[in-house]
Every structure is written in C-alpha cells, then in structure tokens.
Design a protein around this ligand. Structure first.
Ligand code: OGA
Ligand code: MN
Length: 222
C-alpha cells in the first residue's frame, strides 16, 4: 500500500498572511475568500461531519467557568475543541501558529496561545450579536473563523455579520460561510453575529490569546 501523503502547501499563503496583518491594522477585520487550502478544508469538514453524525460534539454554551450555561436562544452550535489528534487539525493549527508569529512581529501583540473549536450549526441555528472578549479582560485578542462547507447555496443563510465597532447596529459586511473563506477580527471591538442557517454549517472558530492575570488568578483557557 502506498502511504498517504499530506500536502505540504501552507494552509494560509504568505500573501494572505500579509493581507491579514494589513487589514487588521487598517480596519480591525479581514475577510478573504479561497484563503485556506481547499483540500485541508475538505479533510477538516469530513472530520467535523463525522463527529456531527456520530454524537461526537458538545452543545456550545456561553460564558466561562462557573458562569457557563446553555442558551439555545443565544447560540445553537455544537462544538469540539481542536486537540491536534488528526493531521488536518495539526496542519490548521500550524498555520495559525505561523499567523501568530506574523501578527506578533508586525503588531507587537504579545500573543502566545491559540485555542480553536470546530462548530456545527444545524438548520435553524444562529449566534446572536456578541463580542468575543470584554475590554479589561485582555484574554481573547484576535478572533479567527475558517469556513468548511463547500458550495454554500445562495439561499443558505448562515452569514456572519460584522458590525461597526462604535455603531453596533450598523452592518459593515456579511461573510458567506463558503469553504476556504477565512475571517479575522479584533475580539474586543468588533461585534458580530451568525444569522440563522438553513443548511448544516461548518467552521472552526479560534482565538489568539494573551493571558490576563486577574487578582492573581490566571484567566482559565476555556
Ligand atoms: C463564535 C462566532 C462566527 C462564525 O464562535 O464566537 O462568532 O461565523 N462564530 O462561525
Ligand atoms: Mn464570536
């Protein structure tokens, strides 16, 4: 049997990394189509759909630690935290580690950790407008979303809406969750929302973190 070979193409090209850094500096957010290697998206999507079909996901909640609760009226996705258990996960996380280096070199952000989870939104699911981090709790600094569903239909819904940082009702852009699209934004300032989806919607949501020490207690990872 011939051994399976992994593609060695970087999941995010150097040109894309530069575009991300520039867009974050200029406007606080980035959206690029065909930014992530499509073969990698396919592998990650298969892994996520397998979990979705065989009870391998956890219902997502809101809040951390003691404050964590399930609120289907706020978010309806089911998740699995990436743990490097597959070659596809490792390739994605390695690409994020490279992006982290590029961000630190260009912006002196002092990012030192990345956490990410698969997310599966069944038909009807959504995630109401929110921020990923709160000012003063400098834990999540930059949010990333990689989309994994191929041939997203025109009537599929499920767009991510990015809102103006100072006018939280003013839409800036809508992101179609098509495989290969990568979005990235400042976690503390960019409000965003996932509109109700009409088809199963798959993605990886992730965050570059800078750990914050709060009253001597290190902010927990999750
Ligand atoms: C999140 C989130 C956006 C998306 O998980 O916090 O905002 O498009 N996800 O999946
Ligand atoms: Mn979010």
């Amino acid at each position: 049997m011939t051994p399976t070979t992994m593609t060695s193409a970087p999941a995010l090209s150097p040109t894309t990394q530069v575009a991300i850094v520039d867009a974050l500096v200029e406007q606080g957010w980035y959206v690029g189509r065909a930014a992530i290697d499509l073969g990698l998206c396919e592998s990650l999507n298969s892994e996520l759909m397998h979990r979705a079909n065989y009870n391998g996901l956890d219902e997502a909640g809101i809040g951390r630690g003691q404050q964590h609760s399930l609120r289907k009226d706020i978010r309806g996705d089911a998740i699995h935290w990436l743990d490097r258990e597959s070659a596809a996960q490792r390739q994605y996380l390695d690409a994020m580690a490279e992006l982290q280096q590029a961000l630190n070199q260009a912006l002196f952000l002092g990012l030192f950790e990345y956490e990410a989870h698969f997310a599966h939104y069944p038909p009807g699911a959504f995630y109401q407008r929110h921020l990923d981090s709160f000012r003063g709790r400098a834990n999540r600094v930059i949010s990333t979303v990689g989309y994994l569903t191929r041939d997203w239909p025109n009537d599929g819904g499920g767009e991510m809406v990015i809102y103006h940082p100072d006018e939280p009702h003013q839409e800036i852009t809508r992101v179609v969750p098509e495989a290969g699209t990568f979005a990235c934004f400042l976690s503390e300032t960019i409000p965003h929302e996932v509109l109700p989806t009409r088809y199963p919607r798959t993605s990886i949501a992730g965050w570059f973190r800078r750990n914050a020490s709060l009253g001597g207690v290190l902010d927990p990872a999750r």
